[in-house]
Design a binder for this molecule. Structure first.
Ligand code: PEP
Length: 251
């Protein structure tokens, strides 16, 4: 069985002080947990102090993005080499907000994934359809395209985690139904099997989109869900620790 993964995506929230305050409450709430992975993706400017605060804990440092070049004249960008230097373990790539607001195409996402893997960074590769695509029955075409282009020329899938995040469920309070998640994750698993054969078994598939302590139990008990990527609810140490301890949230 796969080790479950719970990742907080803080987006553009929290100053260094706020991030450290969060950890003061969160670390003791989860410190005894050993059977699952927990990650926090703060903003770039919080990486160093969060990294120091979680050193020697069971929490892994994650980044929200990376550029595909190692260094150079790219004002405002951060490279995988720099993230590795700060002991980042996972990098979120292809988040729908990056695709939407920063025009990241499948090709850019593919270059970023490759560049992270070259530095031995694990990638949380986000895919998901918009509401319009779902309503016009294009969900599976979109997922197929995003997966195939995103991992193009990547022979070794060991550093890849997929996050299925239907765009219409992100930050909206509308969570995908168990059957929608099961269907999408099953489809993703099949595509990965086509690409990587038996090695695909090791690729974890996370769900993301309005995850809360109230819905985490049923999400985690859905077929082929190996963890979650959490936005809004991960900003609160109590809510995120409840999500990590999902078995206790039966309601
Ligand atoms: C996300 O941005 O990855 C996300 C899932 O956000 P939220 O949990 O707020 O829907």
């Amino acid at each position: 069985m796969q080790t479950k993964l719970f990742v907080a995506n803080w987006k553009m929230h929290k100053t260094v002080k706020e991030a450290l305050n969060f950890l003061n409450d969160f670390i003791p709430a989860v410190e005894k947990i050993k059977d699952r992975e927990i990650g926090i993706a703060p903003t770039f400017i919080c990486l160093e102090s969060v990294g120091k605060a979680i050193k020697n804990t069971n929490i892994k440092l994650c980044a929200q993005n990376a550029f595909y070049e190692k260094k150079g004249a790219y004002t405002g960008e951060i490279s995988p080499v720099m993230l590795k230097d700060l002991n980042v373990e996972y990098v979120i790539i292809g988040h729908s907000e990056r695709r939407k607001y920063f025009n990241e195409t499948d090709e850019i996402v593919n270059r970023k994934i490759k560049s992270c893997i070259e530095e031995y960074l694990k990638v949380i590769f986000c895919i998901g359809e918009t509401l319009e695509e779902r309503q016009s029955n294009k969900t599976f075409d979109v997922l197929k395209r995003q997966i195939e282009k995103g991992v193009e020329d990547i022979i070794n899938p060991d550093y890849i985690v997929i996050a299925y995040e239907p765009v219409w469920a992100i930050g909206t309070g509308i969570v995908a139904t168990e059957s929608q998640i099961e269907e999408a994750h099953g489809f993703i698993k099949e595509r990965l099997k086509n690409l990587y054969g038996e090695r695909a078994q090791a690729i974890r598939i996370l769900y993301g989109g309005s995850v809360t302590p109230e819905n985490i139990y049923s999400i985690m008990n859905t077929e082929n869900v190996d963890g979650v990527l959490v936005g809004g609810a991960s900003l609160d140490p109590v809510k995120f620790s409840k999500i990590v301890k999902y078995e206790e949230q039966i309601n």
